[in-house]
Write a protein that binds this ligand. Structure first.
Ligand SMILES: [Cu+2]
Length: 91
């Protein structure tokens, strides 16, 4: 059986676009963040709940793996917790 993978691109420019990422439970997922603006303080994106933290060099796509074993809503934010997005994992 072929394993499918969910790949979501999020643009980071004064916030997260899209700010809500919908994922299916149990299917491996990754989010690719690309920061395209120097606006704000979004050079780090992290999530305690999703267990990732990564620097976002300008105009450089950075991919993180996102666990989808548990359904629910999980926040991610900039390094200073000023800008927020969320991942919604559902069946
Ligand atoms: Cu910030």
């Amino acid at each position: 059986m072929e394993t499918e993978k969910q790949i979501v691109n999020v643009t980071v420019a004064g916030g997260y676009e899209p700010a809500v990422v919908n994922l299916k439970q149990g299917v491996p997922a990754e989010i690719t963040f690309t920061r395209t603006s120097d606006q704000g303080c979004l050079d780090v994106v992290h999530s305690q709940e999703l267990n990732f933290s990564t620097e976002l060099p300008l105009n450089s796509a950075q991919t993180v793996n996102v666990p989808t074993d548990k359904a629910g809503e999980f926040a991610f934010s900039c390094g200073m917790d000023m800008f927020f997005g969320k991942v919604v994992v559902s069946k």
